[in-house]
Design a protein around this ligand. Sequence first.
Ligand SMILES: *Cc1c(COP(=O)(O)O)cnc(C)c1O
Length: 419
Amino acid sequence: MDADALTADVAEKYQKFVNPTALALLKIAGFDKVEWEGSGATLRDAHGTEYIDCLGGYGTFSLGHANPRVVAAVTEQMQRLPLSSKTFLNKPLADLAALLAAITPGNLQYSFICNSGAEALEGAIKFARMTTGRTKIISAEGSYHGKTLGALSASGRDTYKTPFAPLLPGFVHVPFGDSEALAVAVDGETAAILLEPIQGENGIRIPPDGYLKAARELADKHGALLILDEVQTGLCRTGKLFACDWEGVAPDIMTLAKSLGGGVMPIGAIVGTQRVWDAVFRENPYLHTSTFGGNEAACVAGLTALTIMQEDNLAEQSRVKGEKLLAGLKGIQEKHPALIMEVRGRGLMIGVEFSDSDIQKLAIGSLVENGVVVAYTLNNTKIMRVQPPLVITDEQIEKVIAAFDQALTDTADVLSLLD
Ligand SMILES: *Cc1c(COP(=O)(O)O)cnc(C)c1O
């Protein structure tokens, strides 16, 4: 089948069998191509056209696409024993949990390995209830914790929640980054404060310095747990291994997913303290389980990904490359102050805030034409996320900046025609 026929066939099946409205949206953005192969920060469609991937799977592809070391390790495991029989002990699971205990901050010690970010949040919510015997959970407006019912209850955008009401009771939402609002909300009934260290889907929002510290102190004062959702910020994305390392704050429960799979396998993790594990698992070790969770292939992907991140010092790479990309994008903002309101970020977690979501749509379309894939953040459609693989090269960063420059010029031209 040639590329045109293949693309038409896939589009037709999306229309008939997957999600026709999603297909229509992808068409508008110029995203109705079939992704075919990838390596590093490069993605190729079925026509062989190359793109620099600055969406990066919302943080999944920190090690790039099809990272050869992760693929090789997973392939070896796949050929021997891909999925756990759950009968005997699982070596990759044990090794991954031990490594997570060694690299996570504070007293985080035990890990439950699951299959996705939302699943990690479900577990974290259950564990917080069990540990404290309380049900109130404080989370932030605009937050994103996933779309299963529990994670959705914690999340902060009504569009995704209202159609599925009633959700779980006990969730209280406070403005993000406001420690005084947090202080008012937390009390002796609070099981946990649940926060993203930097809000990803709400448009790469960085809280004021001291916010996580304040949350930690409030949780301690009231006997509540601090849950940090590092599903997107974790594992070198912000220029440190964990985003909470910027403030030297350690949670009682940390959730991970996205980049933990090395861009090769789906995986999630709930990492918790001795106190949490005693409360949840001491009496019944099977109180929380998952058939596929902790499978050998996913754990090998996680182990290999963490090893590469440490050996190649990806946190430092993210910090240095992030500064370069941020500076380039700020330069473009200066040229188009009416179109771009702000460029902000930490490491390679960067958000570009447009004056209007339609202007952003034009810019996204133009960027794709110029060989760069980007997207908006789910909870705020005015903000473009720029989250390339951390292995992006300097030359690719320069190309991205040039493509942005061109895309904004094109967008300004289109807008002037409309005036
Ligand atoms: C993506 C994300 C989730 C949900 O992860 P899924 O694997 O999509 O279920 C949860 N929390 C944060 C912060 C995320 O960015």
